[in-house]
Design a binder for this molecule. Structure first.
Ligand code: BES
Ligand code: ZN
Ligand code: ZN
Length: 495
């Protein structure tokens, strides 16, 4: 899909559709809507009077052959109240418009920006909305419809802002394409994406992007004594992989902070011997979303070139109940030397992250973030709306929450009181992989990972509820969301 900046007056543009947001108020005919009303001889006022045009969020009003415009259609998309309008709403408005027009076999359209947001942020959000909205999960369908948006032009930005708009557009492209790279990985079923295949794809991405990459096979993982990762992998015929991707800035300062991004990549989670119920188990192909997110972040960073070193660590394995699988009660020794009593083999994400976080620290990471589809409990707590955030260092956590707010991703911090830590103290080993107490399952899961982060500022993102959309949204296809990628890219860029 081509996305270009157009400077001609929009009334004279020949396009399949002219799309613009309309804001909700007692009189929605203001700003751009008032301009369009003038050009079309009072069309919008008529629609507003009849109650068809209110500006309510994602209300669609489609008019064919609008008088006074060269466009074949005019699509007015409700954008909600003007004072609540932000980049997140703009992204949704744009993505929903693209998906609606694509369904109608439209090939190209023009988006008329409303001028309510700073030009750079606005143009970035528009491109992000377009590129993520265009992503489909029909890779394995043989009867694919050839509905395709070929080009979109953006109009309505002041000429003095051209440089800022182009900057925003370029950044939006990089971030959204990286988000789609992540979504593409998450969408793959486990027979197509084993740990070995994930490692190959990570390596190919890194080489193309100009990032350093190392893949450890099962032998090297054993040499490094990553006992926690190996314990999960031992129940599967598929060998594990450990992926390390590094971004180094042009002028690295000695002694400067290094960010470590660690992502859980269980390419399929059956639960192991503590096996999951059959109903819904197919979804556990997305249990590698944390790892895919971190790889997508690295892909974006390679192009955006922040001034800080970033190390990405992705332990990857299947969690299977094979004849050699670990069993409840087994005691494992993590790479750090800590012993772990595995009371439930389905709490495997924290096991592989234990070695991932420890290794990231060994490589020199000073500030850690991990992302994982870690617990069903986070779905109970926050549904599929907010990412669960857990942190050991308020300053570091606040930075992440500020980034989430800036890019419009919903994240909610949960408490990490020392009292919860008691519940993972082991009876027969140093720690146990499930809580001995009642409730708070996401917090005790986070505490388990924190044991391996030690004193380093650390954040854990539980994306179990948010990495997968069970239903399509008007602005996004059903399935993988690529959540947290934009926040993490913002966090690194603003470090
Ligand atoms: N991958 C699951 C968590 C999960 C659940 C992700 C639902 C997405 C949707 C994780 O490995 C797991 O099974 N966690 C257990 C932990 C429990 C045994 C302490 C869970 O949440 O039930
Ligand atoms: Zn599990
Ligand atoms: Zn899992």
């Amino acid at each position: 899909m081509q996305i270009t900046l157009e400077t001609k007056p929009y009334a004279s543009l020949e396009t399949d559709a002219l799309v613009t947001p309309v804001f909700e108020s007692d009189d929605p005919i203001q700003g751009r809507a008032a301009e369009l009303d003038q050009l079309t001889g009072g069309l919008l006022k008529k629609l507003a009077t009849s109650g068809e045009l209110t500006g309510k969020t994602l209300e669609f009003t489609l008019v064919h052959a609008p008088a006074g415009l060269k466009a074949a259609r005019l699509l007015l998309v409700g954008a909600g109240k003007r004072d609540q309008f932000n980049v997140a709403t703009l992204r949704k408005v744009v993505g929903a418009a693209l998906r609606a027009l694509k369904a109608k076999s439209v090939k190209n359209f023009t988006f008329l920006a409303g001028g309510t947001l700073p030009a750079e942020d606005g143009s970035q959000a528009i491109v992000e909305g377009l590129v993520t909205g265009d992503f489909e999960t029909d890779k394995y369908k043989t009867d694919k419809q050839d509905k395709k948006i070929e080009s979109v032009s953006l109009v309505g930005f002041p000429e003095a802002e051209t440089a800022a708009v182009q900057k925003g557009m370029a950044r939006g492209r990089i971030i959204a394409e990286s988000q789609n790279f992540t979504r593409d990985l998450v969408n793959e079923p486990s027979n197509k994406l084993t740990p070995r295949v994930l490692a190959e794809k990570a390596e190919a991405m890194a080489k193309e992007a100009g990032l350093a990459v190392e893949i450890f096979d099962e032998k090297k993982i054993a040499d490094l004594k990553m006992g926690a990762l190996l314990s999960v992998a031992q129940g599967s015929d598929e060998p594990p992989r450990f992926i390390v991707v590094t971004y180094t800035p042009a002028n690295p300062k000695p002694g400067a902070p290094v960010i470590g991004l660690v992502g859980k990549a269980v390419t399929f989670d059956t639960g192991g011997i503590s096996i999951k119920p059959a109903d819904g188990m197919e979804k556990m192909k997305y249990d590698m979303a944390g790892g895919a997110t971190m790889l997508g972040v690295m892909r974006a960073l390679a192009a955006l070139k922040p001034n800080v070193k970033v190390i990405c660590v992705v332990p990857s394995t299947e969690n299977m109940p094979g004849g050699t699988a670990q069993k409840p009660g087994d005691i494992q020794t993590a790479m750090s030397g800590k012993t772990i009593e595995v009371l439930n083999t389905d709490a495997e994400g924290r096991l592989i992250l234990a070695d991932g976080v420890h290794y990231a620290k060994q490589l020199g990471a000073t500030h850690l973030v991990d992302a994982a589809t870690l617990t069903g409990a986070i779905v109970v707590a926050l549904g599929n709306i907010n990412v669960g955030v857990f942190g050991s260092d308020p300053a570091w956590t606040d930075k992440l929450l500020a980034s989430a707010k800036a890019v419009g991703e919903k994240m909610w911090e949960l408490p990490m009181d020392e009292e919860y830590r008691e519940f993972i103290k082991g009876s027969f080993a140093d720690i146990q992989n499930i809580s001995s107490g009642k409730g708070g399952g996401s917090i005790t899961g986070a505490w388990f990972i924190r044991e391996f982060a030690g004193d380093s500022p650390w954040i854990h993102l539980d994306i179990a509820g948010t990495a997968w959309n069970d239903d399509a949204k008007p602005w996004l296809a059903k399935g993988p969301t690529g959540v947290a990628l934009r926040t993490l890219v913002h966090l690194v860029l603003s470090f």
